[in-house]
Design a protein around this ligand. Sequence first.
Ligand code: 15L
Length: 304
Amino acid sequence: MKTILITGAAGDVGTHLRRELASKYHLRLSDIKPVNNLAAGEKYAPGDIAKIADTLRITRGVDAIVHLGGFSVEGPWDMILRANIVGCYNMFEAARRNGVKRVLFASSNHATGFYRRDQKIDHCVLTKPDSRYGVSKAFGEQLGSLYADKYGMEIFCMRIGNVTVAPPDKRRLSNWISPGDMARLVSVGIDHPDIKFEIVYGVSDNRRSWYDNSNAYRLGYRPQDDAERFAAEVLAKEQPGDPRAELFQGGNFVFAEIGGDPSRAVPKLKVSAVQSRRSTKSTGSRKPKAAQMKKPAKRSKTRR
Ligand code: 15L
């Protein structure tokens, strides 16, 4: 049985993964905080990922690393720098020095949060971070790319949405991932025999998804859940939010502390302006540009 290091194991995602993966792997659970209620097959390895000596110690002798550790939402720069930039570097570097080839990196939907909600994005799009936190996740992906190309490591970056038992709001109907699907995706990242550098989206098979997750499906991910079964209940409770945040996949992360001109990040506003100029001129049979824009792809009838 493989031994897997999970960093940030005391957090929500780590706690879900422990439960789901316990029977498949030996788990070495690391966190700066205590990890409680160890089951058979689980070991606690305390460590601060901002210290290279700690990361060298916790990564020794494992078959793969699931790197969840770090600051998991937007925060002050010094905290993001320490936990997500220095901590992430230490983790990749310690893995390399200890000969651990396979690293699964918990990236985030906030690495691409400035894409609009009417855009469907795949694993090839440029990052469009919506926060310092999102930038740190884009950094981690790029570091993974460097370690894959330069040192032959095997890097699996998961742009994770929201890992919860049930999606808490309308935005999460599009980026939700059930704990079971999260474990299924992580198992692909651990066990696929041929990973060089991959980016996948950590989302369930959601009808309202903003993601073309074909790269994950190509590698064997078969999600079993869809947030849609929670939709009626979630939408009934939904309070109107900031209408600008509603435009973007990253939601409130996008407009936290915003100081610039939001229309620069909203090409569609410019399209609407073109559209209204056209409609005053009577444009014949050509469809206005907005109508030509890519709609979220229809869900195929056959489940993947
Ligand atoms: C994330 O990346 C966060 O870690 C998580 O706490 C949620 O905020 C999630 O994104 C989300 O976008 O829902």
